[in-house]
Write a protein that binds this ligand. Structure first.
Ligand SMILES: CC(C)(COP(=O)(O)OP(=O)(O)OC[C@H]1O[C@@H](n2cnc3c(N)ncnc32)[C@H](O)[C@@H]1OP(=O)(O)O)[C@@H](O)C(=O)NCCC(=O)NCCS
Length: 186
């Protein structure tokens, strides 16, 4: 069952845009969304080339269908229908006691606050699940993501991948979390 999460907890969404949990029925649209990204956004999102977007979408939605993993999507609705324009995936690693995220915004919608709004929802959801340590990784050449992570309060550390930088954040003190981002219905 999908769940709409508007308004976002800590950031403004552009007008006409909503954020919700993704579910198995989104498999086709998520694969199409990944395919629609520009080559460079796609390369940066997956830190390399990917073979099949359906497989990636399957990993995000079907295999990820557990309490400690979730995917959020942002959609815009206009007269021609509803279009997926961004996604963010989260997975908590019990071994490392840390949650990892990855995010993308379709090229036309970048730099309009959507990534920030999605990340706020993701952080809020992680905290509501009881997970407070969050990290991400990006290619060293991915200046946009590095600027994005820096502005979002992440601290940079070394990655085990020589091509990448790692950024970490402790999600304490998120006192103003909205009840709108409660754990998803599964
Ligand atoms: C990184 C990404 C998710 C940012 O999303 P976004 O919606 O464009 O980000 P926002 O509009 O919320 O920007 C927030 C801040 O990030 C920084 N930022 C975002 N894009 C930037 C750019 N092109 N240049 C410099 N800084 C940038 C800025 O500090 C910005 O704040 P400001 O606009 O007030 O200056 C988006 O560029 C993207 O999808 N890139 C391709 C996929 C990718 O690289 N994913 C990373 C792998 S995890």
């Amino acid at each position: 069952m999908s769940e709409y999460l508007s308004p976002p907890a800590l950031a403004e969404l552009p007008s006409g845009v909503s954020i919700r949990s993704a579910f198995s029925g989104d498999l086709g649209s998520l694969a199409d969304y990944f395919e629609s990204l520009s080559e460079s956004s796609r390369y940066n999102r997956f830190m390399g080339s990917v073979g099949s977007f359906s497989v990636i979408a399957f990993e995000c939605l079907i295999r990820g269908c557990r309490a400690e993993r979730f995917t959020l999507v942002a959609e815009v609705e206009d007269s021609s229908g509803v279009m997926m324009i961004a996604e963010a995936s989260y997975a908590f690693d019990r071994g490392k006691n840390c949650g990892e995220f990855a995010i993308s915004v379709t090229d036309r919608w970048q730099r309009r606050g959507l990534g920030t709004a999605l990340l706020c929802e993701l952080q809020c959801r992680a905290v509501n699940l009881g997970f407070f340590d969050l990290f991400g990784e990006a290619l060293k050449t991915n200046d946009r993501m590095k600027a994005f992570a820096r502005k979002a309060g992440f601290e940079f550390t070394r990655s085990s991948d020589w091509r990448a930088v790692r950024f970490d954040k402790r999600l304490t003190g998120q006192a103003s979390i909205s009840p709108s981002c409660a754990a998803p219905d599964r």
